[in-house]
Design a protein. Sequence first.
Lengths: 175, 457
Amino acid sequence: MEANKNYILGVYSDDDILIKAVKMIRAHNVQIHEVFSPYPLHGIDDVLGIKRSRLPKAAFAFGVLGFIFAVFLQFWTMGVDWPMIIGGKNYTSIPPFIPIMFELTVLLSALGMVGTFFIASDLKPYKKPKIFDPRITDDKLVIAIDIADNSLSKEDLNSLIKETGAEEVNDKIFE
Amino acid sequence: MEVVSTIRDPLITGGKTVGDVTDDICVRVEAKPPKTWMLAMAISLSALVVGLYAVTITLWDGIGSWGLNKTVGWAWDITNFVWWVGIGHAGTLISAILLLFRQKWRMAINRAAEAMTIFAVICAAMFPMFHMGRLWLGFYWSMPLPNTWGSLWVNFNSPLLWDVFAISTYFIVSLVFWYIGLVPDFATIRDRAENRISKAFYGTLSFGWTGGAKDWSRYESVSLILAGLATPLVLSVHTIVSFDFATSVIPGWHTTIFPPYFVSGAIFSGFAMVLTLMLVTRKVYHLEDYITIKHVEYMNIVIILTGSIVGVAYLTEFFMAWYSRVPAEQYAFINRATGPYAWAYWIMMTANVVSPQLFWFKKIRTSLWATFILSIVVNIGMWFERFVIIVTSLHRDFLPSSWAMFYPTFYDVGVYLFSFGFFFTSFFLFAKFFPIVNMAEIKSIIRSSTVSEKAIK
């Protein structure tokens, strides 16, 4: 069994104040566990040091896979496995195979990328999320700091968060 | 030098805050549905039941119950198919192409429009399946699986098979796109839910989303890439649908103008259907602050544009038939405009070419009643467009001895009614149980929008 996890939460409602707060907290060498928001915050990635997602690369790789699959499927079935003369034309040719090449590229690219996203972010139907504050999906922006991650004492962290302009400073313990 | 652009009209009115957005949208999921919703649901369920009778007879007795004959082998089924696929074009266009163009007004309507897309595509897919006579075989006969009697495969040279791939890819990608957008909103409902059942239901649907910064960063890149993938996909679907006709050698179908002509017609009818549904939803759900007159006006502008492209396409077709000097081609078009189906042709011309031009008047395009009526007129016109293209090209074929007319039977009408019943029932269920406006996206623009609103006042 894991030990209790103690977090300090700074609650904000303005994106600009939040972003400044994140900067200030990081300037004090304090580790931020996570920042929660009900909508995507622009400019937070750089401030938090989040690297650009590699999902576009995953999408490209799956797209290539889909394309290769479509090429193989059509040329192999129509040209090798069971060649048939249809309308007196060649067994295989590129133009009539293009629509399905395109569709399978898009299909595999989209499904592969979204699947990767769900795995990377650990999103799944039976997941029991850790909800730090029920308002994070409503109208509040929350900075969560794990006390165990930092050398500063709880009181120091509390006062630091207060200084950054937080509306509330709360404790959250997960058992 | 500093250039200050004129301030745009606010997209969200009424001085809404982030919290208000949650309340306004979630209340529709949490509260008991209004009486008007109950009434609408009752009507669409009755249509579904009556339609189900026609579908059952069609499947039991075969498609001989329809009005088809040996000359007109394709009529209402394919007309309805193309019509529904066309309607299914607006949702993904709004969410994908307008996202790439950074058109923020799409945010209030994209959720409902995408839902509509998904239901419309299901309605469309019904018709080829019913036409196959044996519905259950449709699921695997069209798949590239080796045939039971050997290793004979599906024919990849056939536009009908391209259609199978195009429609199913479009359906799956639209569904995924729609669902990704819903995940954060389901989490919002989950965190507000008071009873255990809805907490568990929306908790499952929300995939455990909490809105961490890293997740949002990934989420945004997924949305952008999906939009990038869906953009050519939207354009490809109706292009491939048009190949069903354009790659044939039937006069009236065998034209290269079909792909762009069909795509613009699809967007035209799709936006009209979005307007029809959203104007009603806006009224019943009191969403006037989110779907403003400005939104309606923007959509009407898209209708003028695509409607005009469709008009130009009609005239081009006529011109090309004359210019080609192919007598069969010329006859096909003369027959459309003056033959026994001339009434259908002129309904199409009036509804699709003349009626959208009324939106050039600002008074008309900002009037809700005028928009509502015209949006229905446009969809009637678009149904007739497909009917005219399909039936008038077939009914007087190469041998005058086999010329025939097509008359729909009760079962033709009933199967069409079934698709309506399905579409509206699904849409009303969606409007009750799912957040009808994308809350997370609206919240992300609420600050910039309210600031500009203040500046105007």
